[in-house]
Write a protein that binds this ligand. Sequence first.
Ligand SMILES: Cc1cc2nc3c(=O)[nH]c(=O)nc-3n(C[C@H](O)[C@H](O)[C@H](O)COP(=O)(O)OP(=O)(O)OC[C@H]3O[C@@H](n4cnc5c(N)ncnc54)[C@H](O)[C@@H]3O)c2cc1C
Length: 229
Amino acid sequence: MRARLLEWRELAPETRHFVFEALDVESLAFVPGQFVSFTAPITGKLITRAYSLAAPPQGRKLELCLNRVQEGRFSPYLFDLQPGAEVDMTGPYGTFVPRQPVSDSVLVATGTGIAPFRAILPDLLARDSRPQVTLIFGVRYERGLLYRAEFEEFARAHANFRFRPTLSRPEPSWQGRTGHVQPHLLETIGRRRDMDVYICGLKEMVDDMRAQLKAAGLERRRIIYEKYN
Ligand SMILES: Cc1cc2nc3c(=O)[nH]c(=O)nc-3n(C[C@H](O)[C@H](O)[C@H](O)COP(=O)(O)OP(=O)(O)OC[C@H]3O[C@@H](n4cnc5c(N)ncnc54)[C@H](O)[C@@H]3O)c2cc1C
């Protein structure tokens, strides 16, 4: 299938929110947390990359959140597209989706790893079982807190949702949490071992987090993760 770029906006330096429209289908059905694959010929070679769907299903429209990887092959190509441009797309794919039945959950993201959680969070918060959900979001600088206003609004509107951003390179004016996501996750689960932990980001963070959770005695089935590299 083809996808047509409708619009994009800058979220932070080198990071954009893209809105595409799926062509040749009536609607794009997927489970929040899944991803699509884009393919394009780049310098004479077909290259395919995966991108998490960054909003709940909404007919033919799909939203993505991505950063331009310096020296990357595919992300700079997407950043050069202008509205109206089309790309080959397949999917949806993936098993990084809410587990059934839904338990109290901690969502952990770094950088654009936030993308699937922007789709998963409204889904979890709409459940009748009213699970307790905490989102721990790690970035370097305050300006990198993608969709911050939306998550703060969710926290105001839902007593069962907590938003815990943390900065690894905070400016002196920052009053919130600092450092990497790992200690904030361990603090959030405390002595509980009956929560599901969803982790999304680059391999180094995800692997480290999984090792720490296993060492803390969390069952493997409760650690659900997506690695971007
Ligand atoms: C299931 C899945 C979902 C993904 N969803 C997203 C998404 O929603 N948003 C998004 O920005 N990316 C996402 N990615 C990563 C994406 O598929 C590409 O790997 C990324 O855009 C870099 O591609 P590139 O061709 O520009 O870089 P390449 O030429 O492939 O070079 C990648 C190099 O850049 C490093 N790197 C730095 N930042 C990133 C990053 N964010 N992702 C991957 N590698 C990085 C890697 O370690 C690697 O060495 C996802 C990956 C997977 C497997």
